[in-house]
Design a protein around this ligand. Sequence first.
Ligand code: MN
Length: 440
Amino acid sequence: MTWLDLPPDSLFGVANLPYGVFSGADGYPRAPRVGVRIGDSMLDLLSALADPVFGEPSLNAFMAQGRTRWSEVRAQITGLLTDESAGRHRRAVEAALYPLSGVRLHLPFAVGDYVDFYASEHHATNVGQLFRPGAEPLTPNWKHLPIGYHGRSGTIVLSGTPVTRPHGQRPGDSGPTFGPSRRLDFEAEVGFVVGAGSSSPVNVGEFPEHVFGVFLVNDWSARDIQAWESVPLGPFLAKSFATSISPWIVPLDALEHGRVSPPPRDPEPLPYLADTGQGGLDLALEVRLNGHLVSRPPFATMYWTPAQMLAHMTVNGASTRTGDVYASGTVSGPLKDQRGCLLELSWGGTEPLVLPDGSSRSFLEDGDEVTISATAPAAGGARIGFGAVTGRIVPARAVLAAGRVSGRPYWLSHRQPPPIGASSCGRACPRWSAARQGRS
Ligand code: MN
């Protein structure tokens, strides 16, 4: 039991202790540093544990220290926050607690490489039916390996960052047209961050030595762009414009009570992918669109486990580094209201979702806000929380016009500097000038 005054059903009690990076104004640390959430407070770990690794503006240095140190620190924090230490440590710990209301959260780690998987059989089956009607929904390789692709790590953004509707090629009857995506979607996913890197393949059993923690991911997807561009090499620009992650990294140690057996695998995977234990995680996701609950995807139904994903990702000898991220792929359960994206929920736009406010959605509209949250089982029937990843769609930028005016490129916006040598601004543009002189 903690000596802090927390409601007994708090999702952020001592059983959880997710990590985040924070700063704040007026009495808060000005420069971002590492903390742990307890209730509605942030425990400043630099103050509480006096270890400079927590004065870093990201979790990377701490994550790189490895499993033994992660467990030590968790035990120390638990000690500070529980009853028996109250007399000795309470005053010092209270001085290191900041109300979350004044906290500004930052991207919790510097992102290395990013892989996105496709590990839900229900999602893959639904998408196969929608994108390849008449064909076998699952490709012949699907039950032999966790399918994935390398994503774009530089566009991973923190929850709350606005998401601009992307431009791209949209398929049409008489060839593609260029413009803002008309089929913008979310994907409710679960992400994993590598703490301790590896230079050789990571066996399924070594997963806890390498993966530091778990968080929520929204893999924003432009379905029109995706359907046109992804044959035969898979997702490219349809998913690289933004991927949002939640600010709290839940350590693996907090998820001991959430471990479950994955669904039976048939056929048996190759030996390097054998994961016969409780490699699944019983996370209960919820997706809200403009505040309305639209789906409850169950992560326990995922066909491939996170340990299998990491084993597969490294089996060819690919190394991993601190900060590398991999995500599960859209989490969809067998039921209609367990589907983790609008493509499935609206069945390709043919069955628009009707929201409680009377509006309907096939895909996302400008101004729409998507929030994905999750909880997991803890001891004694309690639950722990992941917080949420949220993002609002803002209208497509007028990046460039479709054509040319008087033979010159016609730029509608200065947000993107024109190419070197372009001269259509008609007024001074500092970034452009700098670019022309080779200074940017
Ligand atoms: Mn995805």
